[in-house]
Every structure is written in structure tokens, then in C-alpha cells.
Design a protein around this ligand. Sequence first.
Ligand code: NAD
Length: 447
Amino acid sequence: MSIVKANAKVRYAMVGAGGRLPMFIEPACTTFRDHCEVVGLCDVNAGRIAYYQKRAREEWGYGDIPAYLAADFDKMIQETRPDIVAVCTVDAYHHQYIIRAMELGCDVVTEKPMTTDDAKCRAIFDAIKKTGRKCRVSFNYRWAPAPTLVYRLLRQGIIGDLIHVDMEYLLNTSHGADYFRRWHREKDKSGGLMVHKSTHHFDLVNWWIDAVPQTVFGFGRLAFYGKENGAKRGEHVNYSRYTGSDTGNDPFALKLDSDEGLRKLYLDCEKYDGYIRDRNVFGEPISIEDTMSVLVKYRTGVVLNYSLNAYLPREGFYCVFNGTKGRLEITEAHASHIITGADNADLAHEMKWESQVVVHPMFGRAYQVEIPKAEGSHGGGDPLIQEQIFSPNPRPEVDGRNAGHEQGASSILIGIAANQSFRTGLPVQIKDLCPQLPDHKHLHEMI
Ligand SMILES: NC(=O)c1ccc[n+]([C@@H]2O[C@H](COP(=O)([O-])OP(=O)(O)OC[C@H]3O[C@@H](n4cnc5c(N)ncnc54)[C@H](O)[C@@H]3O)[C@@H](O)[C@H]2O)c1
């Protein structure tokens, strides 16, 4: 969806000036500044906007970026006339900006998840139909080297026809716990980990096996974090947040004043909107699950068995594909973005991002497939997707890694269906949640 304008820069407005904004604002202000322009920056929090305005000026040598509070979003679009709006705010508000940007004549690139519930998803489809605008979903994980290798091996038919997939995703007590400190712990803000986090994993599986989900069933519960679970294990911590509290040797304590980035982006900005970034993971309220098991039947007949646990001693995933001619396994060990409660030196080894891909032919000897090296965040995925978004001449894409709203919906609808199944104890049909989702069997047939 690269917009190429003769002799003119593509104009971007950006909404959501939090931790993830650099994914969009940094390449636009640096590597791709000759081809694009950041014409406006919008957030509810004036402090975070000012933080990025300063970084743009002082760190990236970019000019002044006009600032707008969220209430002035329409004004920003009218005054700055962007071609594309990049949406990088709290998940539950994505749809507001996606829809309004399209109504005001812009295309959109949004962070995952596209949105958090089925009504908002249907509203996005309606807005796209009404306006004819485009919505790209930024699935950076597809672009990391090991997932791309797996996609290519499966397309080559290396294990024959696919029958079954098993994915176990592990979040550790650093990264996993972090979702229980912030807005993510409120289901009405994030859709829970089934939507916020698993959208990456469901998207990877949908894309790897080139299939559209049909039926979802699952169980989920809060079994580790939260006041009640902590108390049951004898963890009596009476502070509502970590910074400024006497946290002793609490391994979950995150001190916002111990890190310059966290201090400037969050602690110093609390006075504007009261957003507390370091709430106690054993406090209240927490309305999301930390323990989830889900079964997905695809329109191709393939079944996915998936689990996500968010309190484990290590981070990464195992994913296994069983086919008519053998089995393919991918395992990844991941770094954590925030390390608390441990000696960083001891973690140095664990913090490396390591992947392994092994093929087990049905009657042959198993072998490991070499994974190409890549640099950059999220295993090297972020720089490649940034090129697709911002370059006027991105490398031609042959692996189908660019995703629009239909593919974006195919991933979140699994999580939304799982949330419904957690509540009702019943299987959920994806088509009932979003009748506008096309009837294709294969993901590549979708936008
Ligand atoms: N693809 C990835 O790997 C990846 C990684 C991290 C985050 N994300 C996504 O990026 C988005 C932002 O996450 P984050 O980690 O930066 O969160 P964050 O909490 O650091 O930032 C959220 C920002 O949204 C702003 N905001 C809140 N309510 C708003 C509203 N109504 N209107 C406008 N702005 C509002 C907040 O003030 C804050 O600046 C999320 O959708 C998240 O899922 C994606």
C-alpha cells in the first residue's frame, strides 16, 4: 500500500505517542524522510507528544511536528491533510481513529490488533466499504527471518499436506508480567491477551498454513496474577504501584524512575492523564486471563491446538506442523524488553533471540534448516516492514507478508471468539462474529 506521489512526500499523521510510536515516527523522520513527512502527532497526553517532538528535533534532526490533543483529531486531519494516518494508541481505541481517518479521506496503517471486539471489527469493514479507503495492519512478526523461512518451507510442500498444528506460546515473568501492570490488564482496553498478544500468533498460523479460521473453542482463566492468586501463594504486597513504594525484593517490581526512557515517557507524564504504567501485578482490578487454551478449526480442515501462559520462567514459543509427509518444528527463545527482579548479567545468555527450524521427514532423518541472519527489533522483522510502509520503492514482496483489514480481522476474530467461548463454554463460529469476512478458504485470497 505504498502511496507514490510524483515529486511530493507522503504525508503522515500519527495517533498514540507511547512506547511503540518509534516503529512509525523514527523511520519517517530518519531513513525515509526524503519520501515522507510527519505532519501531525496526536495523543490524549500532551507530555508524551512533547517528548516525541523533542526527540524528533534533537535526536533525529527533524523539524517541529505539529501537536494535537485527541479531542482535536478532526482538526488535525483538516489542517494537516495527511495521506495516511498511523494508529498506535491503546487497542480498544484503534477503531475510532481508523474509521474517522477513512471518513475524512485518509488511508490507515494500524498497529496490531486491528481492534478488540466483533462490533468494532464489523464497523471497520462497514467504513472501508463506505469510503473505499485502505487499512494496512502492521504484522511485524511475519517479517522476522525464522517465521518467513517456515512460510517458504511449508509452501514448498516440505511436509506434504498440512493436517494439524500445535503452538505453545510462553511469556515470562518479565514480559508477561508487564501486561498486568498497564492498560492491557483491563479487557475493555486490550481485549485481553487473546486479542492483544495472540493476534500475532494467530496471524502467524493463519499465514503459515494459508487458511481462514472457521470455529473456535477455548478455556481461559486468571490463575497466577491478581490479588486473590497472589494471596493464595502467601504473597501479601500492599502497594498499588511499584515506583515510590518499599518493594523490598519483590521480583515483579518495576521502578519507573530507574530508567530514563520509562521516566520521561510515563512517570513525568502522569500529571497529564493519570496513566500509571507500573501497577502491582497482584493488585486489582485485573480482568484478563493469564492461562489460555484454544482449539481452532480452519476452513481447510486443519486444526490448531494453541496455548498461552504469561507467568513462565522463559519466553518464546514452540510450533509444530504435522503433515502427510512429515513434521516441521520451529522453536524460538526471546529476549525480554523489561527485566526486573534478576541480575542482568545472569540473563545475558537467555536474552539472545534464538530460533531453530527442524524438519522430520516421515521416513527419513531429521535435519535442521539454516535461518538467515537479520538485524533489528522483533527478530529483524521491524526494519523490513518499515521499508514496506515508508519506502516509495519497497522490495517486491513474494511471501504475502503485507496484510490488509481482512487478514487483520482473520487473526483478531480468533481471539474475540475465544473470549466469547471462555464466557459461554461454547464453540464460536467466526462468520457469526463478522459476516462481512469473505468466504475464502485461503488467507492469500484475502486483502
Ligand atoms: N507489533 C508489535 O510488536 C507491538 C509492540 C508493542 C505495542 N504494539 C501496539 O502498539 C500500540 C501502542 O502500544 P504501546 O506499547 O505504545 O502503549 P503505551 O501505553 O506505551 O502507549 C499508548 C499511547 O496511547 C495514548 N492514548 C490513550 N488513550 C488514547 C486515546 N483515546 N486517543 C489517543 N491516544 C490515546 C496514551 O496516552 C499513550 O501515549 C498498541 O496497539 C499495541 O498493541 C505493537
